[in-house]
Design a protein around this ligand. Structure first.
Ligand code: UFG
Length: 316
């Protein structure tokens, strides 16, 4: 198929683009490089530098769009809500209009667990209430709402994948954010010597060791789900699937696995809670397993961390 990958120079987009190229698809990456890296665009993909608001001609002849381009920092979204609404919702609406004008009728959308907000139960199912607690989650939920409407009104075929905590690396494709907020890359930065210690944001949560529990899913498994979603996108339908590994690990458990994998002592400093962090976020991925036959092949946290570490330190 001829496929447009927006945000394909970013962490998750580049892994999906690489897997699509490997699967024999004709891939075009559209990325404005505001947070992505040109060298993350896989060999074999065409690269167009530009905004999703000006996708225009790039859409001509495409069979489907995989849409990753977005702002994705929860903290930044609280400080600059307008940026999130205009990029994530406004940008996507412009893209959907351009797709409609050019007859591109299928999209796989990068949604998030942040659409659920503070969960009522664990693991979270797709039918659970969506009450985002920050503009990032709210802007992604608004896109999900628009996709449902456009499926009904315009016959769009859409699949939203709600990611939990994506981590790990796929070969050379790894997480490289200018401002790194995520736990695993920050812990590994201590092992590489870029940071002296990692901060533990709160030890007074209602969990066994007092630190937050998250569901870590390997970026390679997550990417594979996009190829399945592409096959499942059916005109007139909007399907929504959670993507996690179904098991929760605490911040302390993540740090100890990183210590085991790297052999580094990784000093940890306990700090206050980070605003807006729910105590436990674990996905039920039963729906995508049942309907699309997806299964995590590398669900072990140790493997996820080992792959992230190998991509950071290829000679070790
Ligand atoms: N944490 C630390 N120290 C750090 C970084 C993180 O203790 O240096 C803690 C956080 O407080 C949290 C856990 O580690 O309890 C995981 O934090 P991340 O920032 O790695 O991930 P989040 O769970 O906050 O965010 C993820 C996605 C978001 C998404 C959110 C859904 O990265 O895009 O889940 O709630 F919005």
């Amino acid at each position: 198929m001829r496929l447009l990958v927006t945000g394909g120079a970013g962490y998750i987009g580049s892994v999906v683009a690489a897997q699509l190229v490997e699967a024999g698809h004709e891939v075009t990456v559209l990325d404005d490089l505001s947070t992505g890296h040109a060298d993350a665009v896989p060999d074999g993909a065409r690269f167009v530098q530009g905004s999703i608001t000006e996708a225009g001609d790039v859409l001509d002849g495409q069979d489907a769009v995989l849409h990753f381009a977005a702002r994705s920092l929860v903290g930044e979204s609280v400080e600059k809500p307008g940026l999130y609404w205009s990029h994530n919702l406004g940008g996507t609406l412009a893209l959907l209009d351009a797709m409609h004008a050019r007859g591109v009728r299928r999209i796989v959308f990068s949604s998030t667990a942040a659409t659920y907000g503070e969960p009522e139960r664990s693991p979270i199912q797709e039918s659970d209430p969506t009450r985002p607690t920050n503009p990032y989650g709210a802007s992604k939920l608004a896109v999900d709402t628009a996709l449902t409407a456009y499926a009904g009104l315009r016959g769009l075929g859409a699949v939203s994948l709600r990611y939990f905590n994506v981590a790990g690396a796929y070969g050379r494709y790894r997480e490289r954010h200018a401002v790194e907020t995520h736990l695993i890359p920050n812990v590994l930065k201590v092992a590489t010597g870029e940071r002296e210690s990692v901060s533990v944001f709160g030890t007074d949560y209602p969990t066994d060791d007092g630190t937050c529990i998250r569901d870590y899913v390997h970026v390679s498994d997550l990417a594979r789900a996009h190829l399945l979603a592409l096959g499942a996108a059916a005109e007139g339908e909007h399907k929504i699937y959670n993507l996690g590994s179904g098991t929760g690990f605490s911040v302390q458990q993540v740090i100890s696995v990183c210590r085991e994998v790297t052999g580094h002592e990784i000093p940890a400093v306990v700090g206050p809670r980070r605003a807006g962090d729910p105590a436990v976020l674990v996905a039920s991925s039963a729906k995508i397993e049942h309907e699309l036959g997806w299964k995590a092949e590398r669900p072990a946290l140790r493997d996820i961390v080992a792959d992230a570490w190998a991509a950071l330190s290829p000679n070790q």
